[in-house]
Write a protein that binds this ligand. Structure first.
Ligand SMILES: [Zn+2]
Ligand SMILES: [Zn+2]
Length: 387
């Protein structure tokens, strides 16, 4: 693998606040610390969360101006002598392919210590692409940039995951969304006798990147009938059928919840689906998805990552249908590794170029990527610095 020559300046995109246009900046190539590295970014996805942040939907404080982008895959450009392995203990050297997830649990707080399976709810996580402002030197704290800076002395919870040498950067940049759906399925498989199992029918609400990743994960786990509810037909629903959904239900065609519930139940047959996953971001999905389930089915809510508001819900329906309702938030560090292994094993089963649309790292490129993702013109917009 060839390592490109370091340049003297590094390009990085920042935003001044919600609604702001991207600004391309240039910062000096940082010195790499003893237990640190510089990762040259080859691909970084545009996440629904990024879009919500830019619309001002993020519920907490944000360190404007900062660099967005947390679905990053790249190559170790420079590595300090004291950093010799990745988070999983695999040897790490210059030229290795890596990914870095956004939510990196501290390993020391109440949740990390008492409930490691809830380390996703870490009280003091390290985040790239959201939590560290651009003003903080050396300014490379997010994925929409040529490089990202790592210093384990300063941010000890930083977790780099080495990925197989033949895992493409484009597929590598899907590890983060795949980690989220990995957790959603782990939640659905944590219910003893009621757990999701091979052959079970699945409804996926939402045909965006998370919906598509959930489809891949459902097939990988041997799901029976799979129905995706979403829009638009092109490119999203058509692609879902190409990628193995048994049927799709268009919210453009079936405009009321009742119609959609009936359409889904017709395809699934019997008394309704065993499992439904909300990957839509629309609060209305919840009560509607519950009606798509058979009695005793399981609903996993992983689509309301930012607070898009509340919706009238009859808790009577949860009671009489005896459904399991599970929240699923991001992922724990071990689920990132599980996602790498699983995504790697299906990387040749799909034409990912149909899933990912590429945009260059420039003010125009990033603005176009955000516009395309917001307008649902593509499934996953991906920033590619080398483009
Ligand atoms: Zn994401
Ligand atoms: Zn913690």
């Amino acid at each position: 693998m060839s390592v490109r020559k370091p340049t003297s300046d590094v390009g990085v995109v920042t935003f001044d606040g919600p609604g702001a246009r991207p600004t391309m900046r240039s910062v000096p190539l940082p010195h790499v610390p003893e237990r640190g590295a510089l990762i040259r970014i080859d691909a970084c996805g545009v996440c629904g969360t990024d879009l919500h942040i830019l619309k001002g939907h993020w519920p907490g404080e944000l360190p404007w101006p900062f660099t967005l982008g947390h679905e990053l895959a790249g190559v170790v450009e420079t590595i300090g002598p004291g950093l010799t392995s990745d988070y999983m203990g695999r040897p790490l050297r210059q030229g290795d392919r890596v990914i870095m997830p956004p939510l990196m649990a501290c390993g020391e707080c109440y949740y990390c210590v008492h409930y490691p399976s809830r380390a996703n709810r870490c009280l003091r996580p390290t985040y790239y692409g959201r939590k560290i402002g651009f003003d903080e030197p050396p300014h490379l704290w997010g994925g929409w940039a040529e490089m990202v800076y790592i210093d384990l002395e300063r941010l000890p919870a930083t977790k780099i995951f080495r990925v197989p040498d033949d895992m493409s950067a484009m597929v590598g940049s899907l590890v983060e969304p795949y980690s989220s759906v990995t957790r959603a399925f782990n939640r659905a498989m944590s219910l003893g006798n009621e757990s999701f199992k091979a052959g079970d029918s699945v409804v996926i609400q939402g045909s965006g990147p998370i919906g598509v990743m959930a489809l891949v994960a459902a097939r990988q786990r041997g799901a029976g009938r799979i129905v995706v509810v979403g829009a638009p037909e092109n490119p999203r629903l058509a692609l879902c059928r190409e990628m193995g959904a048994d049927a799709t239900v268009s919210i453009d065609q079936f405009s009321t919840p009742d119609e959609r519930v009936r359409a889904v139940r017709e395809v699934i047959g019997g008394f309704g689906a065993d499992l439904a996953l909300d990957c839509s971001g629309s609060p209305a999905a919840g009560p509607e998805g519950v009606e798509m389930l058979r009695d005793g089915g399981t609903y996993v809510e992983m689509g309301q990552f930012t607070d898009a508001g509340s919706i009238d819900t009859s808790w009577h329906r949860m009671c009489v249908k005896e459904v399991q309702i599970l929240g699923s938030w991001a992922f724990t560090p071990d689920e990132v590794d599980q996602a790498i292994t699983n995504l790697y094993s299906v990387q040749n089963d799909y034409d990912w170029t149909r899933v990912q649309s590429t945009f260059p790292l420039s003010e125009r490129g990033v603005a176009d990527a955000i516009a395309a993702a917001s307008a649902m013109e593509c499934v996953k917009a991906t920033i590619v610095p080398g483009l």
